[in-house]
Every structure is written in C-alpha cells, then in structure tokens.
Design a protein around this ligand. Structure first.
Ligand SMILES: Cc1cc2nc3c(=O)[nH]c(=O)nc-3n(C[C@H](O)[C@H](O)[C@H](O)COP(=O)(O)OP(=O)(O)OC[C@H]3O[C@@H](n4cnc5c(N)ncnc54)[C@H](O)[C@@H]3O)c2cc1C
Length: 281
C-alpha cells in the first residue's frame, strides 16, 4: 500500500468539505484499525485519510444524557468498557464491546468506526434501536441505525458524528452472542443480538432479532419479530420461530462454515433465549 496522505480537519464542516473535494479517493478515519486490516489483506483503500482526531470539543468518553448514551466519533471501545455508566446501564453493549478484537486494539478502535465497518456491534445497535447524528450538506441529520444502513450507498460522504443508544430497560430481556471458531480473535461466524418484552401472562409485547458479524450485511428479522408479536409463549410458537429464523435470515457459505450451519446456530440460540423467558415465567 502506498502511504496515505493524512488530513486533520478541526470541524465537522471542514472534514465533510475535505471528503467532497477528494470524493472516492478519500475516507474518514477514526482508529484506523479496520482500514489497516483491509490494507494488510491487500484490499484497495483510499489514498486520502481524513482523520477525526483533531475535531474540536469532541468527548473521548461516552456521555449519559436523557436516558441515552451519547457516543461521539472519538469514543473508543476501551473507553466504553471503562465507563461505569455503560457497565451498569448498558451491560449488553459493554459485553459486545469486549467481543471486538483484543485489548490493545480496543484502545484504538472506535464504536463509530465499528458501525461504519459493519462490525460486531451493529446487531446490538439495531436491536436497541440506536440512532445517529450525521453531518451532510452543511447540516446535521438524525437517522436510525437501520435507516442509515439502508441509505449507505447513497450517503458515502456523510460524516457520522454521534451515536445515541437508548438505555437498556429492566423490563426487557436482552441476548448478545458472537459465534466464532475458537476462543482467540477470529472474525465472527455470525453475531446475534435479540431483545424480548413479555408480560406476566407470557404474552410477547416485542421481540427484536438482528444478525451481523463476519461478512454479513447486518439486518433485523422482521418476519420473525411479527410472528411473535402479541402471541403467548408456547412450545408450538418456539418451533415456528425456529423455522422462520432459518428461512428469513440472509447468510453465506465460506471455507469455515456453511450457510445452513449458520442458520441453525442462530435459530437454536434465539429460540433458546425466547424459551428461557417461558421457563422463568
Ligand atoms: C486484529 C484485528 C482484529 C479485529 N477484530 C474485530 C472483531 O472482533 N470484531 C469487529 O467487529 N471488528 C474487528 N476488527 C475490525 C475493526 O478493528 C473494528 O471494526 C473497529 O471497531 C473499527 O474502528 P476504527 O475506529 O478503527 O475504524 P476505522 O478503521 O478508522 O474506520 C472504519 C470504517 O469506518 C469509516 N469511518 C470512521 N469514522 C467515521 C465517521 N465518523 N463517519 C463515517 N465513517 C467513518 C471509515 O471510513 C472506514 O470505512 C479487527 C481489526 C483488527 C486489525
């Protein structure tokens, strides 16, 4: 790889203007861990790196405000893990951050970089209904993470400035799991997040399920979610969910696992999570 030229804008507007000026030859850079991994794997990466490090007034730690966690574009995974607010009120985000890479990498890698690289955090962000603020055409836009994923191809110049992650509710059960080939760092075979709201009569208020990790395009499973909504938890519903997860999930074959294996793993784990609510009453 030829050495990239590094740009150090001091404001969102300047960073965005820089991206406009260089177009596809430029990209935003946070911790640069993903970009360096791509370069080391022989993938083409842009030659102009617009680094977000010097942008003024940006917090390095996540901030709790109005029942949401605000994560700026310089917040690293390690800072999120060290935050006592995240540990206490976003315990599943805390767990997910620890699933990414090794400790040294997490000191450098950011949450927003992980989102933009469609990393392991995205299923959790989809299930928790996180939103983001992005600088585009001289103005700030707010979008859900899911809307942003769907508009990605047309919004390549957009600078993500902040993630807003709603507080985990005590009335909601959460499930997160990165499925890999062995304990040390490996890209995920698949990463899963789910949340479930049930009332005292075991009727489902809402089930949310998202998959991602590895080479998956992170996505929710709306048919699975609709199948459970308003239904009483019962063994026949669990069987239907198991079947629907396998038919709705988009996945792929590679040298390490077949698509069928990935589908069965996700169906088993999500169904077991839903079943645990039935067992616990
Ligand atoms: C050894 C190793 C192990 C890894 N393990 C994992 C793993 O287990 N799980 C995992 O998910 N990932 C893993 N990664 C990939 C990567 O480290 C993470 O996804 C990380 O969170 C990316 O964050 P970053 O700040 O380094 O992003 P960068 O590399 O700086 O950027 C990533 C992408 O985000 C874009 N971007 C950055 N900031 C912005 C912004 N503000 N607005 C818009 N776009 C932006 C960049 O242009 C780029 O496309 C690993 C990488 C390495 C090298």
């Amino acid at each position: 790889m030829t050495k990239p030229r590094v740009w150090l804008p001091t404001s969102f507007a300047e960073a965005w203007a820089c991206k406009q000026a260089f177009g596809d030859s430029a990209c935003y850079v946070a911790g640069s861990t993903w970009l360096q991994l791509r370069a080391a794997s022989g993938d083409a990466v842009p030659s102009e790196w617009i680094c977000v490090d010097d942008i003024a007034d940006e917090d390095r730690a996540p901030v709790e405000a109005d029942d949401a966690l605000q994560v700026g574009l310089r917040v690293t995974l390690a800072e999120a893990i060290r935050s006592s607010a995240v540990r206490r009120r976003w315990p599943h985000l805390h767990q997910m951050c620890r699933f990414v890479g090794a400790p040294a990498l997490r000191e450098q890698a950011t949450l927003i970089g992980n989102l933009a690289a469609q990393g392991d955090l995205v299923p959790y962000l989809l299930v928790s209904q996180a939103s983001l603020l992005a600088w585009n055409e001289g103005a700030m836009e707010e979008k859900s993470v899911s809307e942003w994923l769907n508009s990605r191809d047309t919004a390549a110049d957009v600078l993500i400035t902040r993630l807003n992650i709603p507080k985990e509710s005590e009335r909601v059960r959460y499930f997160v799991r990165k499925v890999g080939r062995r304990a040390g760092f490996q890209p995920a075979l698949v990463t899963i997040a789910a949340s479930l709201e049930v009332d005292d009569a075991c009727t489902v208020g809402a089930l949310r399920v998202a998959v991602g990790g590895g080479a998956h395009w992170p996505h929710r499973l709306p048919k699975v979610e609709a199948l459970a909504r308003g239904e009483r938890l019962r063994p026949s519903l669990l069987r239907e969910l198991h079947h629907m997860i396998q038919s709705e999930m988009w996945t792929y074959d590679d040298a390490f696992a077949t698509s069928e294996y990935r589908r069965v793993v996700v169906a088993n784990l999500v169904t077991a999570f839903v079943a645990s609510a039935l067992e616990e009453g």
